[in-house]
Ligand binder design. Structure first.
Ligand SMILES: C[S@@+](CC[C@H](N)C(=O)[O-])C[C@H]1O[C@@H](n2cnc3c(N)ncnc32)[C@H](O)[C@@H]1O
Length: 353
């Protein structure tokens, strides 16, 4: 989808478009005119999505999971943060929301020792050929104990770490040797090729709608990367996560609250009325839900989670809350300046008792 592609480029990578292709824009068009043209293009595309098939035709990718190094980096960041939060760094059953272009983050989880992986998306973006290619590259990265690709390569990926060396305290020699056994690697590869077969260690569901596709209390870790800001029914989704986790399980999510290319300021999406926003969404299968951090925290707490990590990125706001659309005028000062967060949470202790 065009808006996610633009957003993904700015969010995930430091890829810069070839100079010549942007030269005429920069030289001949006044910045304000450029903004007007961009807004016009966005609106035109949104309206075009009401024509059946258009959003599928324009779909160009979801973000970073078409790169093995991105998937490797994201998985290891979640794992390193789990250690920092005192959580299980050897989960056996993992589930991911919104894997996007490939199931590479989950493949990294499997290669590093997980036994079973559920991938739940709302659109079937991933395909077998890309998954296999990424898998082979991931195996090589683990075999070489490559450092975690860091801020020089993925400056906008969260969470940031203080140390990007290979986490050999988590993935020590013994764990890696067992994890990379040829028979194990071959089983994962066969699962990618035949993920619908009963002995597959991978379950890929796209679209998913109902919580009952994963057995209650069966999952050790549920994670997502740049997904929860897109989910339409957050309450249902947090409830499903709570149901899937076992009593010692945990969630690990990176959430990006920025406007994803829908406005010129990172938090300009909070200025659009509901009506304008509905037009901007058009008929896209997913968009951004515009929910701020406090909505997520409130729902997690209501559901029975205890937050053990909440690492926010603070970004300056050019707007005060009274310059936002009426629905957002009550945003707290914290929400107004929180542009992304990395959250980890466990089932509340009181609930487990
Ligand atoms: C910005 S992409 C991120 C993809 C990938 N996680 C990454 O890091 O590149 C957002 C993803 O969320 C998915 N998505 C949107 N709503 C969803 C939902 N309700 N459940 C699961 N996935 C959803 C989209 O289909 C897409 O794959």
């Amino acid at each position: 989808m065009s808006y996610t592609t633009a957003a993904a480029t700015s969010r995930h990578s430091n890829k810069i478009p070839p100079r010549n292709s942007i030269k005429c824009w920069n030289n001949q068009i006044h910045p304000q005119e450029k903004q007007t043209i961009m807004s016009f293009k966005r609106t035109l595309y949104a309206i075009a999505t009401f024509i059946p098939g258009v959003s599928r035709l324009r779909a160009k990718g979801t973000g970073g999971t078409d790169s093995a190094r991105y998937c490797y980096s994201v998985w290891l960041r979640h794992l390193v943060m789990a250690r920092k939060s005192g959580l299980n760094t050897a989960p056996k059953v993992v589930a991911e929301l919104g894997p996007g272009d490939s199931i590479g983050i989950g493949l990294a989880a499997l290669i590093s020792g997980c036994a079973e992986y559920y991938a739940l998306d709302i659109v079937e973006h991933a395909d077998v050929r890309r998954n296999v290619k990424i898998f082979d590259e991931l195996v090589a990265l683990f075999a070489k104990e490559s450092p975690i690709p860091g801020e020089d390569e993925w400056p906008k990926v969260r969470p940031k770490l203080t140390d990007y060396r290979f986490p050999s305290d988590i993935l020590d020699k013994d764990r890696l040797r067992l994890a990379l056994e040829p028979r194990r690697i071959d089983r994962i590869r066969r699962s990618i090729l035949n993920y619908r077969s009963p002995d597959s260690v991978i379950s890929y569901q796209a679209p998913w709608h109902e919580a009952d596709i994963i057995k209650q209390g069966s999952v050790d870790m549920i994670y997502s990367q740049a997904v929860l800001e897109h989910v339409d029914d957050l309450r249902k989704t947090y409830h499903a996560m709570y149901e899937w986790l076992n009593q010692s399980g945990y969630i690990s999510h990176t959430i990006d609250f920025k406007c994803h290319g829908t406005a010129d300021e990172w938090n300009g999406h909070w200025r659009y009325s509901g009506f304008v926003w509905a037009i901007m969404r058009g008929k896209r299968a997913y968009f951004i839900n515009r929910e701020p951090l406090s909505t997520h925290l409130g729902m997690l707490q209501q559901q029975g989670f205890t937050i053990v990590c909440n690492t926010r990125t603070i970004s300056e706001s050019r707007y005060s809350s009274d310059q936002l659309a009426p629905k957002f005028r009550t945003l707290s000062g914290d929400d107004l300046v929180t542009s992304d967060t990395f959250i980890q949470g466990v089932k509340s202790v009181t609930d487990a008792a």
